[in-house]
Design a protein around this ligand. Structure first.
Ligand code: ZN
Ligand code: ZN
Length: 174
């Protein structure tokens, strides 16, 4: 979703609280594609300060279906998002040396989805486990070891293993 900001650029002192919801339904990154299953209401505070600065702040939570690092099952993970931006209305940048302006600003529109995307990226969990003692998957047959303890016959290679190995290699490259 895009939010028109031109009124906030030109009206000194203009302040508004908006209730918005991002249109972002999935998070795509080098790690893969992850569904966003829940989005909390997002109250965004916009404030033109003395005609010089536009403050944009707010907080929300999103739930993303991440996957367990060891066994690859879905793990719903809640990510807290804090937006705290300050746009210099003279340079239209967040810092003095920024010439093109922030990535979430498109002409006079705030790209909320881009802002939320960047925050998810920054807050992405370094480690995801379905449970602390996740046993992972059998290196031989690819079976989820959390589901049973009976071991496979390790002398017989399983063709499914190749596919599982590919998935692991993808994750290692990142
Ligand atoms: Zn797991
Ligand atoms: Zn096995």
């Amino acid at each position: 979703m895009k939010i028109e900001l031109s009124e906030f650029f030109s009206n000194e002192g203009k302040t508004e609280n908006l209730n918005v919801v991002s249109d972002l339904d999935s998070f795509e990154s080098k790690l893969g594609s992850f569904l966003i299953t829940e989005k909390a209401p997002f109250e965004l505070h916009l404030e033109n300060q003395e005609g010089k600065t536009l403050l944009i702040n707010g907080e929300t939570d999103v739930t993303v279906n991440t996957v367990c690092d060891r066994c690859l099952t879905d793990v719903p993970t809640s990510i807290h998002i804090t937006i705290d931006e300050s746009l210099d209305l003279n340079t239209m940048g967040v810092t003095e040396d920024e010439e093109e302006g922030p990535a979430w600003l498109d002409e006079s529109e705030l790209d909320l989805d881009k802002l939320v995307y960047d925050e998810i990226l920054v807050n992405w969990p370094a480690k995801v486990l379905c449970r602390e003692d996740c046993k992972g998957i059998c290196s031989k047959c690819g079976k989820n070891l959390n589901l049973g303890t009976r071991s496979c016959d390790r002398s017989v290679p399983d063709p499914r293993m190749a596919a599982i190995q590919d998935i692991f290699n993808q994750f290692k490259e990142v």
